[in-house]
Design a protein around this ligand. Structure first.
Ligand code: C2E
Ligand code: CA
Ligand code: CA
Length: 402
């Protein structure tokens, strides 16, 4: 486990619990911890600098201000880190707490049940890491000129990661993930180092359209190796949904590349999309043309499970922060089970993202619903040739009896 020491707050009225929490967190090399015995004090400290604390553990049962009230108030204080409830919670309470947190724009990522122990805490820190990872660049952030140059030199390329059908083990879809090849620099540069810069400097359409064209071009070879049943999934930024003509521009490229809309799913992240009427209208236009629409990173934003009913999604992707350690984590189980229930009734495809362990995989096997799985356990994203190579050995070992 390599979570750096992060500023943590523990809010609990019991002194002995605060001591236990200190001991466990210290054992995991967490030293920067502030302890509060009541919600009011916690709130005063957080309001002084809402960005400071990354993770807050909150007891539900406290005199004066209880845990749920504190979560509501954290919303108005614009607290932007992650919250963990450090109390036993029943199923109904978990769903309710999750709804209240979403309404108040608070990222509730889990709960700890008593007696607290190291392995539960490790699981929470892994969920926290998955929650943070999406927005933390590594050392290689590119400049605008470097991005332009990479595109001009043909170094921007699609990597592919499969979504595997849990029942048949077949490849249901390939997600296209942007990479910039960086020869001699130890591998490809990942999107966190260039997508948001590209968004801010009007380069994002160039990136999307270049990747789309390349993927359409490579589709023929992928199809001849894998079969013609899989679809392509393309990520687009919320910003691109502000352009009502995006579906027309996109569609022209798809037709030119010889594919049809029903073979392609557009992925938009929950955290940033659906803020404006225009975004929703653009999504509807994509849908009307026949594209699949996936709500990506579900669990990181504030869409209520019931709100899904009124939105045009054909697929929901559960973020890794809900998947990590799910086999051993009641909080994630309750949220994910409700989601499986709802999406299977509505015939929305469900993808569990970021499957890394056999235990996480096995959690999903018991459900009858169609669930798609994606993650390093199957394969990391790969360029076309390597993906084909992976598929052949997958076929030999896993699909041999199908
Ligand atoms: P995403 O769409 O949620 O893609 C999944 C990310 O999780 C990918 O990171 C993938 O490599 C990673 N991943 C897959 N399986 C596992 C696993 O088992 N464990 C862990 N820890 N991670 C796993 P990647 O490729 O670095 O992409 C990061 C994000 O960048 C994507 O998140 C997506 O939001 C964005 N992105 C990628 N390509 C594009 C693009 O062409 N356009 C736009 N606008 N955004 C893109
Ligand atoms: Ca995606
Ligand atoms: Ca995702």
């Amino acid at each position: 486990m390599d979570v750096d020491d992060i500023p943590i707050m523990v809010v609990d009225d019991s002194k002995s619990i605060r001591l236990v929490m200190k001991k466990i967190l210290n054992r995991l090399n967490m030293e920067d911890i502030t302890f509060c015995e009541d919600g009011a004090k916690a709130l005063t400290i957080i309001k002084q600098d809402p960005e400071h604390y990354h993770l807050i553990f909150i007891d539900l049962n406290m005199p004066e201000m209880d845990g749920m009230a504190l979560i509501r108030q954290l919303g108005s204080a614009r607290f932007n880190g992650a919250v963990v409830i450090a109390s036993q919670m029943e199923h109904r309470v978990i769903n309710l707490a999750s709804d209240i947190a979403k309404k108040n724009h608070i990222h509730l990522i889990g709960n700890l049940k008593k007696p607290f122990d190291i392995s539960q805490m490790e699981c929470i820190l892994e969920k926290y890491r998955a929650f943070r990872q999406r927005s933390t660049p590594t050392m290689n952030v590119l400049s605008v000129d470097e991005i332009r140059q990479a595109i001009n030199q043909g170094r921007l390329m699609p990597y592919y990661q499969p979504k595997v059908d849990i029942n048949t083990n077949q490849i249901h879809s390939l997600e296209v993930l942007a990479r910039i090849d960086s020869p001699g620099d130890g591998g490809a540069i990942t999107p966190v180092n260039f997508i948001s810069i590209a968004e801010n400097h009007n380069l994002i359409n160039l990136i999307t359209f270049h990747l789309l064209k390349t993927a359409l071009f490579e589709y023929a070879e992928l199809e001849s190796e894998i079969g013609d049943f899989f679809t392509l999934s393309i990520n687009i930024s919320a910003l691109q949904l502000e352009d009502l003509n995006m579906p027309d521009k996109f569609d022209a490229i798809v037709l030119d590349g010889g594919l049809t809309a029903k073979k392609i799913t557009i992925e938009v992240t929950e955290e940033h999309a659906l803020k404006t009427d225009k975004q929703l209208e653009t999504l509807n236009r994509f849908r009307i043309k026949g594209y699949g629409i996936a709500l990506d990173d579900f669990g990181t934003g504030f869409t209520n499970i019931s709100q899904l009913l009124s939105l045009p999604f054909t697929e929901v992707k559960i973020d890794r922060s809900l998947i990590a350690g799910i086999n051993d984590d009641q909080f994630s189980q309750v949220i994910v089970n409700s989601l499986i229930d709802l999406t299977s009734k509505m015939e929305i495809e469900l993808v569990a993202e970021g499957i890394e362990t056999i235990e996480e995989l096995e959690y999903f096997v018991k459900f009858k619903a169609l669930i798609l799985l994606q993650g390093y356990l199957f394969t990391k994203p790969k360029p076309k040739d390597e993906l084909i190579h992976w598929y052949h050995s997958w076929k030999k070992t896993i699909l041999k009896n199908v």
